[in-house]
Design a protein around this ligand. Structure first.
Ligand SMILES: C[S@@+](CC[C@H](N)C(=O)[O-])C[C@H]1O[C@@H](n2cnc3c(N)ncnc32)[C@H](O)[C@@H]1O
Length: 612
């Protein structure tokens, strides 16, 4: 595989990989992508490492959760049960779980037998490194067969081509035919992929163009940045120890390195250290549909996307397959970016993480690169002098956002970040929830309040932005309204402590969860509406977090008996919002699709109650 093969593969997906002075390379759209479409899928180079606490819930092979496994459900119905069938545990290590013997056999032949009795496997870096070394060697020596993975991606994933035509991948087709046949043997060397140096078919067949051969995955991995030369020496020394341990373990194990490239030896310590450095700034936390992380994985194609604090794409998972989805319409030539950090944290924290973990200074539309960023990076107000005022005046668009949400005060105990429940309750009580019908119609003449409190902020932002999401206006129109909201928030007086900082958001979120736990639905709904306003100010409108929050808020509103029918109507409207967002961020496949279906089903219940 070569750079040309990668370029051709990406081109088939309507993507281009362009050199960039600051970022090394960047992925750009070669054609218009509509919001919600799958930009590309990315496969893991080795089995993602499930965190120990999450192992009993996920099959190591197909990665499906216990309750969503089709096979398990079928088994349950055969047993006359409703749903829950426990996963089966490996009887030797007693640590890894599988749906059944089929999944266990695939794992055993592929990787499990090499790690089953290795006591060091509880260290994430060690585990990932050993798995990658084995995975790459199996690919090089021809022991790996593409068909083995058919089972892994058996969700029969349908990739949506940029033109909107649904293409069933050949992986999916293979999966269907493989279900009835036995898994292949480890010893066979007549494989489709003969090693990293071999060429792909001379033309990418129409059906093949959506499929990512593992040879390509490994090639992309070999091209990723590791930043070895600028990494922290203590990290490098830690990596040397891990690499040495893994190499010794591999030398002593029965795993045979028999490819031409390996020459009978595991990769050198230096090469293994390079892998570790690449993991550091390219690996992903794998999360479920609710965005709870449960594993770590190496997805090289997905790692080609650069970071932006205002991303236009997001990363989701369908079983073990990573799916990059467009969060907004992306025009030809535009760079496609995901986010490496939570966009809800303050500029200083984001920049520090990006610098320490990914070794770059962010110059995205939100961060920019002028002096105003430096202020948060440690320069005192005095150091900034008058230039601060000047740079503030110059700021526009997303650049305003971080100044708006800065601040650590929340509550009477200034600076301590500790606020009493009573005080918080008082802060949220005055919020008047918007009428459902007001959320459907944009109000062009909406007057901003004379002072922003938590209540007036919630009302102003929700009335300004939600109708635009409901009516699906263009990104340009939405952004222009959003900038208008930012300007208003900047130029209007606000109460103290400032109601729209990230500190306030963190405290409000934990208070919201407490209210939900205690079933204080009226208060929870008010806090939930406030959090929604803050989310809309900070996150892209179709961000999965926004959709998930809307779903929780809608459930709270529906439970709020005090609010009567008004609250049920609002619940319906917020559900509609949740659905609009989740359809874009989550799509309609697997566990993500099930979540969207849950929203639809809940809407039907609410519909019934409203008699519509
Ligand atoms: C996951 S990789 C992204 C793909 C990478 N650009 C490449 O061509 O392989 C992460 C690395 O890309 C670079 N990078 C990502 N986003 C960037 C950004 N917004 N600005 C500058 N460099 C960025 C950094 O060097 C970072 O460590």
């Amino acid at each position: 595989m070569s750079a040309t093969d990668l370029a051709r593969y990406l081109e088939c997906h309507g993507l281009g990989l362009v050199s960039d002075k600051q970022k090394y390379r960047k992925v750009v759209a070669l054609q218009r992508l509509t919001k919600g479409s799958v930009v590309i899928t990315s496969r893991p180079l080795c089995n993602p490492i499930i965190f120990p606490t999450h192992r009993p819930q996920h099959c190591e092979t197909c990665f499906q959760t216990r309750n969503s496994q089709r096979k398990v459900l079928k088994k349950a119905s055969e047993l006359g049960q409703q749903q829950t069938v426990e996963l089966e545990r490996c009887s030797v290590c007693k640590k890894r779980y599988y749906c059944d013997r089929d999944c266990f056999t695939i794992a055993w032949k592929g990787w499990h037998r090499w790690i089953c009795t290795d006591k060091d496997m509880e260290d994430l870096d060690y585990e990932m490194l050993k798995m990658i070394a084995i995975s790459i060697e199996r690919l090089r020596n021809g022991a790996y067969k593409e068909s083995e993975d058919a089972h892994i991606f058996s969700a029969a994933y349908e990739a949506t081509a940029p033109d909107g035509i649904k293409t069933k991948t050949t992986t999916a087709i293979k999966a269907e035919t493989r279900l009835d046949s036995d898994s292949g043997s480890e010893t066979g060397t007549e494989t489709e992929i003969r090693g990293l140096g071999s060429s792909p078919p001379s033309t990418w067949e129409a059906a093949d163009k959506k499929e990512e051969p593992l040879g390509l995955t490994a090639y992309v991995f070999s091209t990723l940045l590791g930043h070895e030369s600028i990494s922290d020496p203590s990290l490098i020394s830690k990596y040397r120890q891990i690499a040495t341990r893994v190499r010794q373990q591999l030398l002593g194990s029965k795993f045979v390195f028999k490819s031409e490239i390996s020459g009978g030896e595991p990769p050198s310590v230096t090469e293994l250290m390079q892998y570790l450095c690449r993991f550091h700034c390219n690996n992903f936390s794998v999360h479920d549909a609710q965005l709870f992380t449960m594993a770590e994985g190496t997805f090289p194609v997905g790692a080609l996307f650069n970071h932006s604090c205002r991303p236009n794409a997001t990363v989701m998972y369908e079983g073990k397959l990573q799916v990059v989805r467009a969060l907004e319409d992306i025009e030809t030539g535009q760079e496609i970016c995901t986010s490496y950090v939570d966009n809800g944290v303050q500029r200083l924290e984001r920049r520090q993480l990006l610098r320490e973990k990914y070794f770059f200074e962010c110059r995205c539309p939100r961060c920019g690169n002028d002096q105003s960023c430096e202020k948060s990076d440690g320069l005192s107000d005095q150091d900034q002098g008058d230039s601060d005022d000047v740079s503030k005046v110059k700021q526009s668009g997303f650049r305003i956002l971080d100044d708006l949400i800065e601040g650590n005060d929340d509550g009477p105990e200034r600076g301590k970040n500790k606020v009493s429940g009573e005080w918080l309750t008082e802060q949220f009580k005055p919020i008047v929830l918007p009428g459902a019908r007001f959320l459907q119609v944009p109000a062009p003449t909406l007057q901003p309040p004379s002072i922003f409190t938590r209540a007036t902020f919630t009302s102003y932002v929700l009335h300004s932005l939600v109708p635009l999401i409901q009516t699906g206006v263009s990104e340009r129109e939405y952004t222009s309204k959003l900038f208008e909201v930012y300007q208003t928030l900047q130029t209007t007086q606000h109460s103290h402590p400032k109601p729209f900082t990230t500190t306030v958001m963190t405290n409000a979120t934990s208070f919201f969860n407490t209210c939900l736990e205690h079933q204080s639905w009226t208060l929870a709904s008010k806090i939930g509406a406030f959090i929604l306003a803050l989310y809309l100010m900070i996150y892209p409108r179709h961000h999965p977090l926004v959709g998930l929050h809307c779903f929780t808020l809608a459930k709270s509103l529906w439970n709020d008996i005090e609010g009567g029918l008004t609250s049920v109507r609002l619940s319906h409207e917020i559900l509609r919002l949740s659905l609009n967002i989740l359809k874009v961020s989550h799509g309609n496949k697997g566990d993500n699709g099930s979540l969207v279906q849950e929203v639809i089903d809940f809407m039907k219940t609410v519909d019934l109650e409203l008699g519509s």
